[in-house]
Design a protein around this ligand. Structure first.
Ligand SMILES: Cc1cc2nc3c(=O)[nH]c(=O)nc-3n(C[C@H](O)[C@H](O)[C@H](O)COP(=O)(O)O)c2cc1C
Length: 197
């Protein structure tokens, strides 16, 4: 079975990332491949892993993890084939906690695919542009279609998240993004197998 993680990229108390990720997981359940049991979708919350600022003495490329928290994080990320990054925009980029979580690992990200759901005052577009560049360095292939939520179109997400719901357009866009993500995740499977052979 193909396993996809919906990664919550923000960690602050009161973050909207949980609401957005829960919507992604609920909407993804209706995707034909998920409904058919061919693809599993889980929410993975960075806040549950409480990673410190990078404290490994050796760069992740060397795969010589010294700390239990790194090995635990590696086990989580290594168990997934693809990712939906749920990220806000912080000062025109994605959160430092998410960059730190990416930096901890290398092989566990390699030859996998990712899609993005972003949000922020202006939709988180700049955060995703930067995240794509970072993910390229850890050999993650990123799909084109992106879902975003801005204060202009989705004010309730920021002011009254319990009352917020995504539009039909956004829900359809998520379906398109998942089509692309699942196709690339499956297509990259032989590359991942070859890499560990
Ligand atoms: C430190 C910080 C910086 C922010 N910078 C931006 C920004 O540059 N552009 C933007 O559109 N929104 C910005 N925002 C608004 C956030 O994207 C919005 O509050 C979002 O809900 C934050 O994600 P979170 O609730 O999951 O923490 C910023 C918010 C914070 C907390």
């Amino acid at each position: 079975m193909t396993r996809i993680a919906v990664l919550i990229g923000s960690t602050r108390p009161g973050r909207r990332g949980v609401v957005v990720a829960d919507w992604v997981a609920r909407a993804a359940a209706a995707h034909p491949a998920v409904a058919a049991g061919e693809v599993a979708v889980d929410v993975v919350d960075l806040a549950d892993h409480a990673l410190p600022l990078l404290d490994e003495p050796v760069p992740a490329l060397a795969a010589d993890y010294r700390h239990e928290h790194t090995r635990g994080w590696a086990e989580v990320i290594g168990s997934y084939d693809g990712f939906v990054f749920v990220t806000p925009e912080y000062n025109h980029s994605f959160p430092a906690a998410l960059k730190n979580a990416v930096d901890f690992l290398f092989a566990e990200w390699n030859d996998k695919a990712a899609g993005f759901v972003s949000y922020g005052a202006h939709g988180g577009i700049r955060a995703v542009e930067q995240l794509r560049t970072v993910l390229a360095e850890v050999k993650v292939a990123t799909v084109r279609t992106q879902v975003f939520f801005s204060m202009a179109g989705d004010l309730e997400l920021f002011t009254d998240p319990d009352a917020w719901t995504a539009s039909t357009y956004q829900t359809e866009n998520l379906g398109t993004m998942l089509d692309e993500l699942i196709a690339w995740t499956v297509a990259l499977k032989p590359v991942r197998t070859k890499a560990v052979a």
